[in-house]
Write a protein that binds this ligand. Structure first.
Ligand code: ADP
Ligand code: ZN
Length: 428
């Protein structure tokens, strides 16, 4: 049985892939002429990808807001069959339109991702992501159905019901936010059910930054393989990139997107391997093509070829958005760096939150960490030791001395959607 959903496309040789991209790019540039936003741009054909990358201006999120709602639309509204909106994690929402072909291509991308992770007809796919304007629900729903999986559109929340569905219908694949996957485990514990006794095989985790340590924990608790899923509404939603069975980096579908990593300060294209901001150009989108769109997401291209045989490049786990960076007394750090440290420490529970306060004109970093039931019910010495270990490990990693507070299991606030890990109280 093949490992590929579309073997020819997924294993296209580099030269051929780049030629195909150039052809699609010129088609996209031509289509962009119909968008009000792109009218002021030089939209002549380009002779090479390098020429495009050297000269073409970026499009950014603010442009989408400024030209809300129709400024990027290239087709007649009667051709549009779907509207989605980004979840508005940062600022006002933006809208994205899809033609019938856009939805079909997007569905194909997601099917490709799921197939790559090992999902097949006969699997039972439980989609715990939000349905509605958020693309994580419908995007995966269509992709899973296309594969022929029995698709359960359960949506988020109600952990008891989630578990009941998993048990009753023998769910084998779950699409879930990583932060929720850990929290859901505490419900399994409370109900005295071992998730390993169920039919669970694959978790699709993504939509929010998470560390490898968190993924490992999810795999261990549930006895599954967990695959990192990357996407953003502006260019479709999920299905932009996905981990393969090698589980080492996210393949981005280069027949759908032209991929660049730029220096966020200077805008210069960086060589493969260097960390910077991911920039995407859509190559097949009809209703709303985007040219050199700045995702705000920080990562790097993994230059080595992947053992899975796919030729499409891989990026590293997303470190966060450029604006997720915290500056604590002049030291730069990302929330996921904190997560990486604490999630690897035995005794640490399923949730944490970072708080920054101003004290005596200095920034103070508070890390509130839920502890495991056993530690919580154990000795004071055990708790003190855990607190000391977390503090030491974080100080060594961050060059910032944190105040670590241990709290009861399941006591920190929870979110319906993506986790909100940072509370910045410095302005209060
Ligand atoms: P919003 O921008 O309002 O959150 P989206 O749902 O479109 O709306 O979110 C897309 C963003 O979510 C990405 O730009 C990225 O910052 C984040 N994201 C998506 N998938 C991942 C992932 N696998 N790892 C880290 N961050 C991710
Ligand atoms: Zn691979």
């Amino acid at each position: 049985m093949t490992m590929y959903w579309e073997e020819t496309a997924e294993r296209m040789a580099r030269g051929e892939l780049n030629r195909y991209q150039l052809e699609l790019l010129n088609q996209t540039i031509e289509r962009a002429r119909k968008a009000q936003f792109y009218r002021s741009f030089d939209l002549s054909r380009v002779d090479s990808l390098a020429q495009f990358q050297a000269n073409f201006p970026f499009t950014c999120k603010q442009d989408l807001r400024d030209h809300f709602p129709y400024g990027f639309l290239t087709t007649d509204l009667t051709k549009v069959i779907r509207l989605h909106s980004s979840s508005g994690t940062t600022g006002n929402p933006t809208v994205v339109f899809h033609t019938e072909r856009d939805v079909a291509e997007w569905t194909n991308q997601v099917a490709r991702c799921l197939y790559m992770a090992g999902v097949r007809k006969g699997d039972v796919f439980q989609n715990t992501m939000g349905y509605g304007l958020f693309t994580g629900g419908l995007g995966f729903h269509y992709g899973a159905e296309k594969l022929g999986a029995l698709t359960i559109p359960i949506g988020p929340g109600n952990s008891t019901r989630q578990i009941w569905f998993m048990q009753t219908f023998g769910t084998s694949v779950v699409h879930i936010l990583p932060s929720y996957a850990l929290r859901l485990y505490t419900h399994f514990e409370a109900e005295g059910i071992d998730p390993k006794s169920l039919n669970l095989r694959i978790f699709i985790i993504g939509s929010e930054p998470h560390s490898a340590e968190m993924r490992d924990q999810i795999e261990e608790l549930y006895g599954v393989k967990a695959f990192n899923s990357y996407g953003l509404s502006e260019v479709c939603g999920p299905g932009v990139g996905f981990e393969c069975p090698a589980q080492n980096g996210i393949h981005l579908w280069e027949d759908y997107f032209l991929v660049e990593i730029i220096d966020p300060e200077t805008g210069k294209v960086l060589p493969a391997g260097e960390e910077g901001e991911l920039v995407l150009t859509t190559l097949k989108r009809e209703a709303m093509p985007l040219l050199r769109y700045r995702t705000g997401d920080l990562t790097r291209i993994i230059p080595e070829p992947c053992p899975c045989g796919r030729s499409h490049l891989r990026i590293d786990r997303i470190k966060g958005r450029a604006d997720d960076m915290l500056i604590i007394n002049g030291v730069n750090l990302f929330p996921v760096q904190i997560e990486r440290k604490i999630m690897g420490i035995p005794g640490v529970g399923k949730n944490y939150v970072i708080e920054i306060r101003k004290e005596n004109y200095m920034d103070r970093l508070y890390v509130k960490v839920e502890v495991d039931k056993e530690i919580f019910n154990g000795t004071l010495a055990g708790l003190t030791e855990l607190q000391r270990r977390i503090t030491d490990d974080l100080r060594a990693e961050l060059s910032v001395s944190p105040v670590v507070e241990l709290v009861e299991p399941s006591s920190l606030p929870v979110w319906e959607g993506k986790a909100k890990r940072v509370i910045d109280r410095r302005g209060e």
